[in-house]
Design a protein around this ligand. Structure first.
Ligand code: FMN
Length: 299
């Protein structure tokens, strides 16, 4: 019996732990450290219709309890991704989540249309990237535009649609409800929290874009609160994200209403962290004589 397995959309995940988009590339680098197919799922680096070189200047900045990033969605573009997908598929046999961002409604629609040509498992719509001018974030902070982009992509995609929410909003429950109403099959949250750092020597912002996205342990309580609020507002399943560093953190997210989680920054601290968390989760289940399914939404 697998005590870690959870159901998410039509998938029976072998465990609730997935790698978070943008922190795992396309799996190649981590495959050197552990068998990435041990993970319940992986969310691959965010794609946009057209190739992006990413932002100039500083891209990563360590903070107390986390990090700021301003990558700017560097990626090869959907078409190039589609062309190399066979190779990615042969490397990654676990559930594959493809993360799609965009600067306009048309870009999202065209990106989703091209992805229909390959066999992905879940389409994750990034309407929440804070590091590109517009970059999807505009869609993710306004209920009406979140509804519009969700609806438009839902109409065209042949895959289950998971919408990734931004924490940079005043009412996460309303955003969640709006995406559900527009046809989202699942939600993932949260993306990074907008932050800033200043280079006091040079008296200027560290990042060329001034603001950047905060991730890691520092954002966990915010993410947990938002997952709890979203879970109360919708019936569709939720993938919890934000500052998860341990099995205890995963369990908190499941208890708050997530069915599974993505982990990003913790894997930067130690590449094998995600598999260590899996082992800890197993121990927790054995010690408490339960399976993880039993604790989902238990609050
Ligand atoms: C370096 C970096 C790149 C990221 N790139 C993406 C991305 O391409 N698409 C996306 O939806 N989220 C992206 N994110 C956000 C993460 O997927 C995740 O939502 C966030 O980091 C919070 O989780 P964590 O605290 O476990 O890292 C990125 C985060 C980091 C740190």
């Amino acid at each position: 019996m697998n005590r870690l397995e959870v159901d998410f959309l039509n998938f029976n995940l072998k465990n609730p732990v997935a790698a978070a988009s943008g922190t795992f590339g396309f799996g190649k680098e981590y495959a050197k450290y552990y068998d990435i197919n041990q993970l319940g799922a992986v969310s691959l680096k965010g794609l946009t219709l057209n190739k992006k070189e990413g932002n100039d200047g500083v891209r990563i900045w360590e903070t107390a309890g986390g990090m700021l990033n301003s990558i700017g969605l560097e990626n090869p573009g959907v078409e190039a991704f589609v062309e190399t997908y066979d190779e990615i598929k042969s490397r990654i046999q676990t559930v594959k989540i493809i993360n799609l961002g965009g600067d306009s409604l048309d870009e999202y629609i065209e990106g989703a249309r091209l992805l229909n040509e390959i066999d992905i498992d879940i389409l994750e719509l990034n309407i929440s990237c804070p590091n590109v001018k517009s970059g999807g974030m505009l869609f993710g902070v306004c209920e009406k535009s979140a509804y519009e982009v969700t609806r438009a992509v839902k109409d065209i995609t042949r895959f289950p649609l998971m919408v990734k929410l931004s924490p940079n909003v005043t009412d996460i429950a309303a955003m969640a409800a709006s995406c559900q109403e527009a046809g989202a099959d699942a939600l993932s949250l949260i993306n990074t929290v907008q932050g800033m750092a200043i280079d006091i020597q040079n008296r200027r912002p560290v990042f060329d874009n001034i603001y950047a996205g905060l991730s890691g342990a520092a954002i966990k309580p915010i993410a947990l609160r938002m997952v709890h609020q979203a879970a109360k507002a919708v019936d569709i399943p939720i993938m919890g994200i934000g500052g998860i560093y341990s099995a205890k953190d995963v369990i908190e997210f499941l208890m708050a209403g997530a069915r599974c989680v993505q982990i990003g920054t913790a894997g930067f601290i130690r590449p094998t962290k995600l598999t260590e968390i899996l082992a800890e989760l197993d121990e927790y289940c054995i010690e408490n004589n339960l399976s993880l399914k039993e604790i989902i939404n238990i609050l």
